[in-house]
Design a protein around this ligand. Sequence first.
Ligand SMILES: Cc1cc2nc3c(=O)[nH]c(=O)nc-3n(C[C@H](O)[C@H](O)[C@H](O)COP(=O)(O)OP(=O)(O)OC[C@H]3O[C@@H](n4cnc5c(N)ncnc54)[C@H](O)[C@@H]3O)c2cc1C
Length: 391
Amino acid sequence: MPNITEAPAASPQPLTVLSEVEKMFQDAIRRFARERIAPHVRAMDEAGLFRKDLLHEMFDLGLMGIEIPEDYGGQGGDFFQAVLAVEALAAVDPSAAVIVDVQNTIANNVIIRWGSDDQKRRYLPKLATEMVASFALSEAGSGSDAFALATHAEKRGDHYAITGRKLWITNAAESGLFLLFANADPSQGHRGITCFLVERGFPGFQVGKKEDKLGIRASSTCELILDDCLVPADNVLGEVGKGYKIAIETLNEGRIAIGAQMTGLAQGALDHAIAYAKQRQQFGKPIADFQGVQFELAQMATEVEAARLLVYNAARLRVAGLPFVTEAAMAKYFASQVAEDTASRAVEIFGGVGFTKDYPVEKLYRDAKIGRIYEGTTNIQKLTIAKQILA
Ligand SMILES: Cc1cc2nc3c(=O)[nH]c(=O)nc-3n(C[C@H](O)[C@H](O)[C@H](O)COP(=O)(O)OP(=O)(O)OC[C@H]3O[C@@H](n4cnc5c(N)ncnc54)[C@H](O)[C@@H]3O)c2cc1C
């Protein structure tokens, strides 16, 4: 038996203890969300539009280039900080959170990891300061079965001509750059799938219909139309035929941040419920004095904490370079369920007014639903978990 009385040289930190830098970063984003975003949340939800001035402020604060190295004009932060940012924003507005989420944990990350030096020089400085990006994988016929995509790319000299349609593309209304997946050799099946850097202004490219959604309404979700869209061969990201690998590995990471979005959303709903329960009087006292309400709040708080621990652990594993695929799927699956349950209970604690748009929990309840759908549905997360534990 090892001597267990001797403390190890560097004992592991509790998951929720943040470093000084992480804490300052989190405080700054919470302040920004509370002071700048919160006053506009309802109007943006109703309009189905994210304010341009707030988007500019997110760039100015460095929120759109968290992991982009300082040499390219970014913040030089890490994946855990991106997760903290998404969580803090989601407590106030899950739409703001998903804009930051896709930019950082999907688009920027793909270019940092797989881009050539030339591509990094061309795109990262813009992505850190002014350009929104999207990840375009899904199509009408290929969602969960993403690699059944039909968009194809044909080599023509030093260009590729891409034809097809993409559906459900987050940030597309604002984006200047699309990380777009097309099959350059359908005879190879999924081994023909290639990732292209498609600029909004390329000939033959068009952003199509914007979806009118149940939740996260201020985040744009659009169709993309490519009709013989000419993309320089220099804009192939990574190798031809390696797009499926880029997509899988990117989504594995991205799921952790969706877990963070859902954890933040649930925390936001819980905070509203606690504040309301202390203030609302029935039978001559605050409803927070009733044990029935206290038990609801206790259960909500416990579930939110459990979701946060799963998310932080998966994120810390990713930063440490350790395997995280199972933990990421668990975090996304569990946190999205917690978000839906917590937001639903928060609506009930508010009673009748919780069912109206005059109070914020109605929107959080609608926003929660997407957590179980995008970046792999709950069933797809369960498939991933089952595959790993049965292997
Ligand atoms: C608001 C929003 C934003 C999005 N943003 C993006 C984006 O930026 N980029 C992008 O590429 N995509 C995006 N998507 C697409 C999203 O990732 C897909 O909608 C999702 O993967 C599900 O695909 P689907 O809609 O085709 O559903 P389907 O795949 O048709 O699934 C329908 C149902 O069948 C179940 N199912 C399917 N296969 C199985 C199986 N093998 N076993 C068990 N159950 C199964 C699913 O769990 C689901 O309940 C977005 C979607 C939405 C709604």
